[in-house]
Design a protein around this ligand. Structure first.
Ligand SMILES: [Ca+2]
Ligand SMILES: [Ca+2]
Length: 173
């Protein structure tokens, strides 16, 4: 065995040991994907299909996570910078956990039930347009990803899941 092959073998062996520590095994056509660490939080931001807010929340919950709860400007800036670095633009909208489903105009986080004490709304929002906008998403406005209220059921967007700790998930591919 040459030295380079030996090194490759050792590296693969440690990758195997490391992945087996998670206690999860992806089956068949599934593959692992990890939550991204952005600033001090862990996110999963798929960019495949657009779904409504309820579907987005269900998907996050199935992954042991929830829709993202953004409580500081630093956290929003970190997410916004990441999305901009990936080239996402004005047509890429991302659901987060904010909503005023329980009481019009009183926004809270579905993830923990807390009131939304922090928000960075884009200009003129939230406007509850048509009387049916109760779920919050991020969109690129005024050079940064900011918040807008939109239609929970009829609105289709990407979404941001947030996990409380580092996480690997199995995904269908
Ligand atoms: Ca509303
Ligand atoms: Ca709106």
């Amino acid at each position: 065995m040459t030295t380079s092959r030996l090194i490759l073998f050792v590296v693969l062996f440690y990758i195997f040991i490391d992945s087996s520590k998670s206690g999860e095994t992806c089956m068949g056509s599934e593959r692992y994907s990890s939550f991204l660490k952005i600033d001090n939080n862990y996110y999963y931001i798929p960019h495949d299909n657009k779904i409504n807010w309820f579907g987005a929340r269900d998907t996050c919950r199935r992954l042991g996570a929830d829709l993202a709860t953004i409580t500081t400007n630093d956290q929003l800036n970190a997410i916004s910078s990441y999305l901009l670095s990936k080239g996402y633009g004005e047509n890429d909208w991302f659901w987060i956990a904010g909503n005023d489903l329980a009481q019009e105009g009183n926004f809270s986080w579905v993830s923990n039930g807390e009131k939304m004490t922090f928000a960075n709304w884009s200009q003129g929002q939230p406007d509850n347009n048509g009387g049916i906008e109760d779920c919050v998403h991020l969109w690129l406005r005024e050079g940064q990803f900011k918040m807008n209220d939109w239609q929970c059921r009829n609105g289709k967007a990407y979404y941001i899941c947030q996990a409380p700790e580092p996480k690997m998930v199995c995904l269908w591919v």
